[in-house]
Ligand binder design. Structure first.
Ligand SMILES: C[S@@+](CC[C@H](N)C(=O)[O-])C[C@H]1O[C@@H](n2cnc3c(N)ncnc32)[C@H](O)[C@@H]1O
Length: 248
């Protein structure tokens, strides 16, 4: 998907994600932010002078939530995004955000091989990317994107990827996307491609899902991910996973 497609989704993005009242989405996001918070808190206990950089920050959901939880003014937050409309929403929300840290949104393409040049390279940054954003990056640009994350993290940094659970695409994808209609706008008869684990529709939304082993291999990590478990009808299902790569 290109940034023009995301421009047209921005107005409805929050309705589908952080303002969504569906318990499934509420519980998913709550669990995801708890896991990210724990990882960032642990990192900040042993590292000083680092930034938290959110790649594909959208309207700023993750950086705003983490700033409120961490309450550590020495951490600088950066959100990287290339959709002007997403950036406008994020900057608007930043005006009324009640946090402690400095939060800045930057317009860059995550897959640009020059991206690390635009950052002050500290050696223990946390570089994260959430809500299956890797799945909207074209396949021929994925490696550039992951390499950028590792370089910007620095030699003692952390790379964190939050991905939907591609090992259970057939169950999880319909539950998630049917709860996010304001953003995806439409579900077609052939929207759920279980063979390739792709959700797509005829108005241009497309997101690929990956298995746990595929992500471990793309990230170059042997660490098992932390599951984002959500209870549906009294049963617990893994809707997503948080993958961590310790760069050192
Ligand atoms: C699924 S949304 C995730 C937003 C946010 N991280 C969240 O968790 O709510 C993906 C975001 O990545 C952005 N994005 C996609 N490809 C990008 C690229 N190549 N460069 C910069 N941003 C990109 C889109 O504009 C969109 O805002």
């Amino acid at each position: 998907m290109d940034n023009k497609s995301w421009d047209s989704l921005a107005a409805d993005y929050d309705k589908s994600v952080e303002d969504n009242q569906n318990p499934l989405i509420i519980n998913y996001l709550k669990k995801e932010i708890e896991i990210l918070h724990t990882l960032c808190q642990k990192h900040s206990d042993s590292h000083k002078n680092f930034s938290i950089i959110d790649m594909g920050a959208g309207t700023g959901r993750v950086v705003f939530a983490l700033d409120k939880k961490l309450r550590n003014e020495s951490i600088e937050f950066l959100g990287v995004e290339n959709s002007d409309t997403m950036l406008d929403c994020a900057n608007q929300k930043n005006i009324s955000h009640d946090g402690l840290s400095e939060i800045t949104f930057l317009k860059y393409d995550l897959t640009d091989s020059n991206l690390p040049r635009y950052f002050e390279l500290k050696n223990s940054n946390i570089v994260m990317c959430s809500y299956n954003t890797l799945g909207v990056v074209p396949s021929d640009k994925r490696l550039n994107f992951i390499n950028n994350m590792k370089t910007i993290a620095g030699k003692n940094g952390l790379v964190i990827l939050t991905m939907f659970n591609g090992d259970d695409f057939g169950f999880v994808a319909p539950k998630l996307y049917r709860s996010m209609i304001p953003m995806i706008k439409q579900i077609d008869d052939d929207s759920f491609d279980e063979t390739n684990r792709v959700f797509h529709n005829s108005i241009g939304f497309r997101s690929q899902w990956f298995t746990k082993n595929e992500i471990k291999s793309i990230l170059g990590t042997s660490l098992e991910p932390i599951p984002i478990d959500v209870t549906v009808d009294d049963k617990c299902f893994t809707f997503g996973n948080v993958f961590v790569n310790v760069v050192a």
